[in-house]
Structures are given as structure tokens and as C-alpha cells.
Design a protein around this ligand. Structure first.
Ligand code: NDP
Length: 286
């Protein structure tokens, strides 16, 4: 009987070229996305990599050209590149164009297409606890995350969005942006905001890396309370909402679901969201 031997390139079509994806941001070292996405790639049996890159603002153009030169399939963009990256792209998908920011880029036949998966990720996460269609939504904040959430929630059919923000210019601009898609209004954030809506979303950075920070709101009439802050996931807002009996949704859900959308765009495959969530939870608990 012939001795067993390892397959050679004569037996099977071997490829040593991985599908390349990654992220451009700065600072980048604390971004857990690489671990979450590569866990999903391994689980799918894909020879694919996700490379987390710290890219300074004045190096973004070189990074995007470099990704194209190296045949990357796509990349995420995080702070501070979500708006400036647009000048290096060939086309924007509908929601990225409405939001005015891109957090995910995909190569389609040699063209870089800018997508925004933040809002889609938020809505996918929200749908695990409630269908947003026909509900009223109070949105705390009017920055990049809030813009993405407002546009995608409006496209998902919410009945109304009330934008509550400190900076009046940014807040009223966001309400105006989505007023063509749903009933929208702006309320300046002065003192404690009394929430009167089915769903309230904290899309500010209050609570990031500070488990005791609390947005100044009274939650008594909210039914679903969502936070975008992934770290720590059990923010004070989430804990207080739970104590009031509200249904809650943490920021890990949005982080995972925007990654799911990105992996679909880059690979055409459906990753295991539960595995991705476990990976992030283990990292944040460590
Ligand atoms: P921006 O800087 O664009 O916006 C920050 C927003 O927070 C602004 O509306 C700002 O209000 C408001 N804000 C900040 N501090 C306060 C305060 N003390 N009181 C009241 N309002 C305040 O940030 P992003 O929108 O990009 O990000 C916001 C958060 O969302 C971040 O913490 C980020 O980690 C998180 N995020 C989570 C994601 C996920 O997947 N879970 C994805 C993307 C973001 P004003 O306009 O008045 O200054």
C-alpha cells in the first residue's frame, strides 16, 4: 500500500492569497473589531484576514490607494475618517449618501463603494427586541452615530423621531435631514429631558469608558432603552432602565450587527452573530 503523503499543488489548486479586509482609524489599538471579524472568518472556513491599521488623517489617501494596490476586498473606517474617506471613493450607497458618512467600503468590480453599516447594525440589533415600524423614537445626540441611527430608523418605518441634543445647530440639522423620511423634530437638551416615546436611544458618547456617567434623562415613560456604548456594555443608563422594567439593548448588539453587514458585503456569506457577540463579550470582560 502506498504511503500517505501531504497533497501538493499537483493534486489540488492551492492558493496562498487570502481575502484581505481591515480597518483604518486612529487611535486603533482598543478597537476589538479585528478579533470579532476574524473569529467569524475562521468559523466560516474562509481564508480571509482583517487587519487593524492605525492611520493618521493625512495618511488616509495613501492607505486607501494602498488597499486598492494590494487587492483588498474592503475596509471599515472609524474615527476620524468617516467623512473624509468619501473623497477617495468612487460611489456612495443610498444610506451612506443620506447620512453623509461612510464606515464600510467594499470593492465592486474595481470600484470602491462607500456604505454605512452603523445604522443598519443598530436597526438589526433593535429588531431583536422590537419592530421599530410605527414606533416613536427619542434620539439623544446628533453626531455620526446618531445620524446613521436616525436615517436607518426612518427607512425602517419609525412613526417619529425626536432629536435631543446640546448643540442646537447639529440637532436641528439632523431633524431636518430625516424630516423627508419620517415625522421629525428637534428639542434642545437643557437640564433633564423627560422621555416620552416608545424607544429611547443614547447615541451620545456619555458612558464611554465610564460606567457611572448618565445622560440627563427621565425614563419613566420609555418602553425600550438602547445604548450605543459598547464598553462598558452595562452602562448606567442600561442599569437604570432595567430597574424601571424597560426592555434594554446594549451597544455590543450594534457593534456585532454592523460587523455582520460588513462581512456579508465583503464575502457574500452569513456569519454567526452569536459567536461574534461571545467573542466581544469575552474580550471586554477580560
Ligand atoms: P460624535 O462626536 O460625532 O457625537 C457625539 C455626540 O454626543 C454629540 O451629539 C454630542 O453632543 C453628544 N455629547 C457628548 N458629550 C455630551 C454630554 N456631556 N452631554 C450631552 N451630549 C453629549 O460621536 P459619534 O456619534 O461618532 O459616537 C458617539 C458614540 O457612539 C461613541 O461613544 C461611540 O463609541 C459610539 N458608537 C458605537 C457604535 C457601536 O457599534 N456600538 C458605532 C459607532 C459609534 P453635541 O453635538 O452637543 O456636542
Amino acid at each position: 500500500m502506498a504511503a500517505e503523503r501531504a497533497p501538493t499543488s499537483h493534486d489540488v489548486a492551492l492558493s496562498f492569497l487570502s481575502l484581505l479586509t481591515g480597518s483604518f482609524s486612529t487611535p486603533a489599538a482598543e478597537n476589538p473589531t479585528v478579533a470579532m471579524v476574524e473569529a467569524a472568518y475562521r468559523d466560516l472556513g474562509l481564508d480571509a484576514r482583517y487587519i487593524n491599521c492605525d492611520v493618521a488623517p493625512d495618511a488616509l489617501g495613501d492607505a486607501v490607494r494602498g488597499a486598492r494596490a494590494m487587492g483588498w476586498k474592503g475596509f471599515n473606517c472609524s474615527l476620524p475618517h468617516k467623512v473624509t474617506v468619501i473623497e477617495w471613493l468612487d460611489e456612495l450607497a443610498e444610506s451612506a449618501s443620506l447620512i453623509g458618512a461612510v464606515n464600510c467600503v467594499v470593492d465592486r468590480d474595481g470600484r470602491w463603494i462607500g456604505e454605512n453599516t452603523d445604522g443598519k447594525g443598530f436597526v438589526a440589533s433593535l429588531r431583536t427586541v422590537v419592530d421599530p415600524a410605527g414606533r416613536s423614537l427619542v434620539l439623544l445626540g446628533a453626531g455620526g452615530a446618531a445620524r446613521a441611527i436616525a436615517v436607518e430608523s426612518a427607512l425602517a418605518g419609525v412613526a417619529s423621531i425626536t432629536v435631543v441634543n446640546r448643540d442646537r445647530g447639529r440637532g436641528s440639522e439632523l431633524a431636518e435631514l430625516v424630516s423627508g423620511l419620517t415625522s421629525a423634530s428637534f428639542v434642545p437638551w437643557e437640564g433633564v429631558h423627560e422621555v416620552s416615546a416608545d424607544i429611547v436611544v443614547n447615541a451620545t458618547s456619555i458612558g464611554l469608558a465610564d460606567a457611572e456617567a448618565m445622560p440627563p434623562v427621565s425614563l419613566s415613560s420609555a418602553r425600550v432603552v438602547a445604548d450605543v456604548i459598547p464598553n462598558p456594555p452595562r452602562t448606567r443608563l442600561i442599569r437604570e432602565a432595567e430597574a424601571l422594567g424597560c426592555t434594554t439593548l446594549d451597544g455590543i448588539g450594534m457593534l456585532v450587527e454592523q460587523g455582520v453587514v460588513a462581512i456579508r458585503l465583503w464575502t457574500g456569506m452569513e456569519p454567526d452573530a452569536a459567536l461574534m457577540r461571545r467573542t466581544v463579550e469575552e474580550l471586554l470582560a477580560a
